[in-house]
Design a protein around this ligand. Structure first.
Ligand SMILES: [Zn+2]
Length: 282
C-alpha cells in the first residue's frame, strides 16, 4: 500500500518535539454534526428526530472506528511499512505486553539466531519492574516502544487527561531505561477513542497497529498462530506477537517460542528480513 504524501517524513520527526494534530474527516464531520443538530432543533423544533438520528449515527461511527484496530478514521495509523521498506524486503516483527522475565530473554536469543530485529511494545509498569530487560532489549539492537503505562482493559474509555497521563508516564519510564523515547504507540488490544490522536500528536508519537496478528494471547496452537501470521505474507508486513500475556502451547511453553523459529525460517525462505519500525521508516 503506497504511503500517503508526507507520511514518511512525519514519522521521522523526533518524538520529543510533538507534531501538529490534523483532525480526520470523521472528526471534522462529528464537529459539524453536533452544533448542526442543535441549530436545526432550535430553528425547526419538529426536526429533532433527524438531529437525534444524525448524532446517534455519528457516535456509532466514532465508536466503530475505535473498536477497529486497523482503522484510519480517527487519525493516522501505521498498518504496513512504507513502499521503500517493502522494496528492501523488510517486514516488522512487533512484540507486545512485555517485558516478561520468563519469556523475553528466550525471544531475544531466537531473534539473535536469525539476526532479526524487532520492536518491543512494552507496558510502562512492566518496564519499571524489569529495568534490566529493557536495557538488554536495546543492547541486542531492538527498540522499545510505548504500549501504555498500565495496559488497562478500559483504556478506550479514558478521557483525554487520563490518556495523556498514562502515555506520558510510559514515555518517561521507557525513555529513562532505554535511553531514547518511544516513537510509536500501540493501544491496549488496539482499542482507542477520538481523544487519543491529539495526545499522540502532542507527545510526538505515532499510532502503529499491524498488518496481521496471530491472536497468540488466546491461541495456544502454534500452527494456527503461524497460519494467521503467514497468510499472504509479503514484504512490508507488520506482524504482531506477544512475549507478555501469551498463551501456552500444548507442551506448556509460551506459544511465541514455538512460533518464532518457524516464522523466522519462513521469512528467510521468502527473502524477507525483520527490522524495527524505526529502521523501516528511516
Ligand atoms: Zn497489549
Amino acid at each position: 500500500m503506497p504511503a500517503a504524501p508526507g507520511y514518511n517524513r512525519a514519522y521521522m520527526k523526533t518524538p520529543t518535539s510533538g507534531r501538529p494534530w490534523r483532525p480526520s474527516s470523521l472528526i471534522v464531520a462529528a464537529w459539524v454534526v453536533h452544533p448542526g443538530a442543535l441549530a436545526a432543533w432550535l430553528v425547526w423544533p419538529d426536526s429533532w428526530p433527524w438531529g437525534l438520528a444524525a448524532l446517534v449515527a455519528c457516535h456509532i461511527a466514532l465508536t466503530g472506528a475505535g473498536l477497529w484496530p486497523r482503522s484510519r478514521l480517527l487519525g493516522p495509523n501505521l498498518t504496513r511499512l512504507p513502499a521503500a521498506a517493502a522494496e528492501r524486503g523488510e517486514v516488522a516483527l512487533t512484540i507486545d505486553d512485555g517485558p516478561e522475565p520468563s519469556v523475553t530473554p528466550a525471544v531475544l536469543d531466537l531473534l539473535d539466531r536469525y539476526a532479526a530485529r524487532a520492536s518491543f511494545f512494552c507496558i510502562g509498569e512492566r518496564a519499571a519492574a524489569h529495568p534490566a530487560l529493557i536495557a538488554e532489549i536495546v543492547r541486542r539492537g531492538h527498540t522499545v516502544e510505548n504500549h501504555s503505562h498500565g495496559h488497562r482493559h478500559h483504556f478506550s474509555l479514558f478521557g483525554p487527561a487520563r490518556i495523556r497521563r498514562d502515555l506520558e508516564q510510559a514515555q518517561r519510564v521507557i525513555a529513562g531505561l532505554a535511553g531514547s523515547a518511544p516513537h510509536f504507540f500501540r493501544a491496549p488490544a488496539g482499542l482507542r477513542n477520538p481523544f487519543l490522536e491529539p495526545v499522540l500528536a502532542h507527545l510526538g508519537l505515532h499510532l502503529a497497529s499491524w498488518t496481521r496478528r496471530g491472536f497468540d494471547t488466546r491461541e495456544g496452537d502454534p500452527d494456527k498462530v503461524l497460519t494467521r501470521l503467514t497468510r499472504d505474507l509479503a514484504a512490508g508486513d507488520i506482524l504482531l506477537l506477544h512475549d507478555g500475556h501469551g498463551a501456552r502451547s500444548p507442551n506448556g511453553r509460551p506459544v511465541i517460542l514455538d512460533v518464532l523459529p518457524v516464522l523466522l525460517d519462513s521469512l528467510r525462505a521468502a527473502g524477507l528480513h525483520s527490522v524495527t519500525l524505526r529502521q523501516a521508516l528511516q
